[in-house]
Design a protein around this ligand. Structure first.
Ligand code: NDP
Ligand code: MG
Length: 402
C-alpha cells in the first residue's frame, strides 16, 4: 500500500552505492518510494533514474556550463547547486536519507537531515571519520538513528542486535587484506596502480580500492566503528578474512563470538538498513544471492599486520589522537592515493606521505564542520608538498585536488 512505503532520498544516486540502493528499491516497489534523488555530474543517468522513479525532487550540484546545458535539455525542473543537497535531505516527505555521496560534501547535508529528524542510512565514510563527534552528538540529542550501510558496520549492527553493549568485549572488523595480503613491504614498493586496483573480492571505485590495498580503508572503518558503537579503540580489532564472507564479528565477555556471513555484495547491507527492523524475503527477487556452503571451500582468518600495513596503524593513531587528526588523515590520504594512481609516488609512499603530513598537523581539539573541512583541505596540499620532498621534484598540481 502506498502509505506504508518508506520514503527515501538518495544522495549520490548515480554512484556505486546509489545505484545499488535503487536496485533494492526496484526489487521491493511496494516497500520503498524514492522522494528525492541527488547527484553531481552524471546527468544522463540521473535523468534516467528520474524517469524510472518519478521522485518529487531531483538535485544536480555540478555547475559547469556544459552540465547546465545538459540539465536544461533533460532535467529542466531539477534543483541546482550544493545547497540543494540539503533541500533534498530535509524535504518534508522524506523519512530516510541514504547518504551515499563521496567525499566531504555529504557532511553538511547529513547534519541537516539529522536536525530535521530524518533516519540516516549512512554510506559516506568521511561523515563519521571527520565529524563523528558532532554527527553522533546531534543524532543522540534528536533521537535520530544512524544506520550503517558499510558492510562491516552493518555486520556489527546485526551481531549486536538484541545484546547488551556492556557485555561486548571487542568488535572484530574483518578485512579481505587486499591484493597484497601476503607481500612484504619491500615487495609492495613497486606494485603498479593496475595491480593495486585488482581487488580480490569487492568491486568498488578506485579510491576505496586503493584504500583497501593499503588497509587505510579498514583504518577509517575502525574510526567509524568507534563513533557508531561508542567503543574505545582498544576494544576494536581488525581480523583478516580473505574470502570476504564474514563481514565482521562481535566477541562477548563469555568468549562467544557472533559473526555475520553472506556473499560479498553491498546490496544486502543496503537492503538491511533500508528495511530495518524488518528482514525482507529475497527468494524470487533479482537480489537473491544465498550463500552455498558447499561452494565455499574454506574460510581463513589472520591477524592484521600493522607493520606491513602502516596506514592501519596511522588510522588508529589519528583516531586515538582525536579532534581534527582524522580529518588530516583523510585529506593526506586523498592526495597520496591520487598521486599513486597517477604514477607520481610508490605504493609504499602513500603511508609515508600520510605519516609526515600528520606529524606537521597541529590538532584542533573539538573542531566544527568548517574546521574539519579546512584541516582536510590543508592536509591535501601539505601531502602534495611532502610528496615533492620525497620525490625531490615538484608534483603536478592537477594531481592534488579531487
Ligand atoms: P561513487 O564515486 O561511485 O559515487 C559517488 C556519488 O556521489 C555519485 O552519485 C556522485 O555523483 C555523487 N557526488 C559526488 N560529489 C557530489 C556532490 N558534490 N554533490 C552531489 N553528489 C555528489 O562512490 P561510492 O558509491 O563508491 O561511495 C559513496 C560513499 O560510500 C563513499 O564515501 C564511500 O567511501 C562509501 N562506501 C562505498 C562502498 C562501496 O562499495 N562502493 C562501501 C562502503 C562505503 P556523480 O557521479 O553524478 O558525479
Ligand atoms: Mg567496508
Amino acid at each position: 500500500m502506498q502509505s506504508e512505503r518508506r520514503r527515501i532520498a538518495v544522495l549520490g544516486s548515480t554512484g556505486s552505492i546509489g545505484r545499488q540502493t535503487l536496485d533494492v528499491v526496484r526489487a521491493y516497489p511496494d516497500r520503498f518510494e524514492v522522494v528525492a534523488l541527488a547527484a553531481r555530474s552524471n546527468v544522463a543517468l540521473l535523468a534516467e533514474q528520474a524517469r524510472e522513479f518519478a521522485p518529487q525532487l531531483v538535485v544536480c550540484t555540478g555547475d559547469s556550463p556544459d552540465l547546465q546545458r545538459q540539465l536544461d535539455d533533460t532535467l529542466p525542473g531539477c534543483l541546482r547547486g550544493l545547497d540543494a543537497l540539503t533541500t533534498a535531505a530535509t524535504h518534508p516527505a522524506v523519512e530516510m536519507v541514504v547518504a551515499a555521496t563521496s567525499g566531504l560534501v555529504g557532511v553538511p547535508s547529513t547534519l541537516a537531515a539529522i536536525r530535521a529528524g530524518k533516519t540516516i542510512a549512512l554510506a559516506n565514510k568521511e561523515t563519521l571519520v571527520m565529524a563523528g563527534h558532532q554527527v553522533m552528538a546531534e543524532a543522540r540529542s534528536r533521537g535520530v538513528a544512524i544506520l550503517p550501510v558499510d558492510s562491516e558496520h552493518n555486520a556489527l549492527w546485526q551481531c549486536l542486535r538484541g545484546e547488551r553493549s556492556s557485555e561486548v568485549r571487542r568488535l572484530l572488523i574483518t578485512a579481505s587484506g587486499g591484493p597484497f595480503r601476503q607481500r612484504t613491504l619491500d615487495e609492495m614498493r613497486n606494485v603498479t596502480p593496475a595491480q593495486a586496483l585488482a581487488h580480490p573480492t569487492w568491486r568498488m571505485g578506485p579510491k576505496v580500492t586503493i584504500d583497501s590495498a593499503t588497509l587505510m580503508n579498514k583504518g577509517l572503518e575502525v574510526i567509524e566503528a568507534h563513533w557508531l558503537y561508542d567503543m574505545p579503540y582498544d576494544k576494536i580489532a581488525v581480523v583478516v578474512q580473505p574470502q570476504s564472507i564474514i563481514h565482521s564479528m562481535v566477541e562477548y565477555r563469555d568468549d562467544s563470538i557472533k559473526m555475520q556471513a553472506s556473499i560479498p555484495s553491498m546490496r544486502l547491507p543496503i537492503q538491511y538498513a533500508l528495511s530495518y527492523p524488518d528482514r525482507l524475503e529475497r527468494e524470487g527477487t533479482a537480489l537473491a544471492q544465498p550463500l552455498r556452503w558447499g561452494e565455499i571451500k574454506q574460510l581463513d582468518f589472520d591477524e592484521a599486520d600493522l607493520e606491513r600495513f602502516p596506514c592501519l596503524r596511522l588510522a588508529y593513531e589519528a583516531g586515538r589522537a582525536g579532534g581534527s587528526a582524522p580529518a588530516a588523515l583523510v585529506g593526506a590520504d586523498e592526495t597520496a592515493v591520487n598521486l599513486f594512481l597517477s604514477g607520481a609516488i610508490h605504493f609504499t609512499d602513500i603511508a609515508i606521505v600520510v605519516e609526515r603530513t600528520l606529524e606537521r598537523h597541529n590538532i584542533i581539539a573539538n573542531p566544527d564542520v568548517e574546521a574539519v573541512q579546512a584541516v582536510s583541505v590543508w592536509a591535501q596540499a601539505e601531502a602534495a608538498r611532502v610528496a615533492e620532498e620525497l620525490r625531490g621534484a615538484p608534483v603536478p598540481l592537477s594531481h592534488v585536488d579531487e
